[in-house]
Design a protein around this ligand. Structure first.
Ligand SMILES: *Cc1c(COP(=O)(O)O)cnc(C)c1O
Ligand SMILES: [Zn+2]
Length: 420
């Protein structure tokens, strides 16, 4: 490839290895295998050192050599470098020696990990000359495409299932995006978008731009390693929708190890799903290396993909790293959200409840040993899925603005506490 493509060499088929130009395309013509970005690691090794990274601004773009754009980022330049929180109180509740929370619930600008993939996809779309961007989304992706397209002056079309949470819908409409609600599941939205992408000359971030888009997820793993003091965590628990984020966290650890940025250590990648949409975790628990598609029915709508595009590769990563998958019911999702909020002061969306609930199960079963250390990937913000918790979080006590009434209320509650 020519020197103008930064540190990228080509797009490469994951199945047969055939190389393709770095254009807006995502499947191999011969075997329909997914295309992935191939890099020139020898050149990357010369410029990407710990010292170089540490001297750069605290955004995901400090790892720019390992992200698939040719020049400088033009969209989402402030995204990433979210907090890695040492979660001692939650560790105690879950019964593990050491626990960390990677908090993408406060990612910039739309409060989910999707800002990472979108900043890469839209920066690359600009390089390839697109004026209209689009996506098939379970909610967070639509929010991020809408916001980042607005700030870049790009026209956007976002396609979502029509029954999404109000917070996710308003959060797309407010930026002036064209929001199309499809009466059907995400998998039907995705199928329609594949047809539209073939017909219109748009950059569909998770269809024809998918090879670039997906690489953005690696930045979450790079940050985890750096924030842990340049080491890979023993255990990482990752929520799975298409399974892409899980495979890219693994790839990020592999790349940092290959480049000598972290010492060689063993890591285990675990996958989390909701029981109401568990094609990948059901397959892992049954010891299968392929999944059966399901019809989603869960409050964790951001993870409700019944036919996960990267499910096969996610299963492979869990097998290779001796990781496990687990799934949790809607009640366990709510309990996970409450645990994280009450122990750490972090309000995650339903996907976060899935991750915490699954971590709890994996620790209880010994699949994550209590003597080890783990990182939980919290990927979205609870303010976007308020209806999941409404009616499940206690109640406001209403009084008139009077000191006497307040004191009476406390006294009443004391009485109740004593008799209870
Ligand atoms: C999209 C999303 C994920 C994971 O998506 P993958 O398709 O598996 O990469 C996880 N959490 C939230 C909140 C998401 O929006
Ligand atoms: Zn191929």
């Amino acid at each position: 490839m020519d020197k103008h493509e930064g540190f990228m060499k080509a797009l490469k088929c994951r199945e047969c290895g055939k190389e393709y130009p770095l254009s807006a395309t995502h499947v191999c013509e011969f075997d329909f295998g997914p295309l992935e970005v191939a890099y020139d690691y020898d050149r990357i090794r010369q410029s990407l050192t710990r010292a170089a990274i540490e001297a750069r601004p605290r955004t995901m773009w400090r790892y720019r050599e390992l992200l698939p754009i040719a020049g400088q980022p033009t969209v989402g330049t402030q995204v990433g470098y979210t907090p890695l929180v040492k979660a001692d109180r939650l560790a105690k509740r879950l019964g593990i020696r050491e626990l960390w929370v990677k908090n993408d619930a406060v990612n910039y600008p739309t409060l989910s990990f999707k800002d990472r993939v979108v900043s890469v996809a839209l920066s690359r779309s600009q390089e390839l000359g697109f004026k209209t961007v689009a996506c098939a989304s379970t909610g967070n992706l639509a929010n991020s495409v809408a916001a980042n397209a607005a700030s870049a002056g790009l026209k956007s079309y976002v396609f979502i299932p029509s029954d999404l949470e109000l917070g996710k819908v308003v959060n797309s409409l407010v930026y002036g995006a064209n929001v199309i609600g499809i009466k059907g599941h995400y998998d039907e939205v995705n199928r329609l978008c594949a047809e539209i992408a073939g017909k219109f000359g748009w950059a569909f971030v998770n269809v024809n731009m998918r090879p670039y888009y997906a690489e953005g997820s690696k930045s979450m793993g790079f940050e985890i390693c750096e924030q842990l003091g340049w080491r890979t965590p023993q255990h990482t628990v990752v929520p799975m929708a298409s399974g892409s984020l899980l495979t890219k966290i693994h790839k990020s650890y592999q790349e940092f190890a290959k480049l000598g940025l972290v010492s060689e250590g063993k890591w285990h990648i675990h996958g989390a799903q909701a029981t109401g949409c568990n094609p990948i975790s059901a397959a892992e628990k049954a010891g299968l290396d392929f999944f059966k598609p399901v019809k989603p029915n869960t409050i964790a709508k951001s993870l409700a993909i019944g036919t996960p595009a990267d499910g096969f590769y996610a299963l492979k990563v869990m097998k290779e790293t001796a990781g496990h998958a687990e799934d949790v019911t809607d009640d366990e999702v709510r309990e996970g959200i409450r645990l994280l909020a009450e122990c750490e002061g972090i309000f995650a969306e339903t996907a976060g409840g899935v991750t915490v609930g699954v971590a709890k199960k994996l620790i209880a079963s010994g699949k994550i040993p209590a003597t080890d250390s783990a990182v939980l990937c919290i990927t979205g913000n609870g303010l976007k899925t308020l209806e999941a918790m409404t009616g499940h979080v206690g109640q406001t006590r209403e009084i008139r603005p009077s000191l006497r009434e307040f004191e009476a209320m406390l006294k009443d509650e004391e009485k109740v506490a004593v008799t209870a």
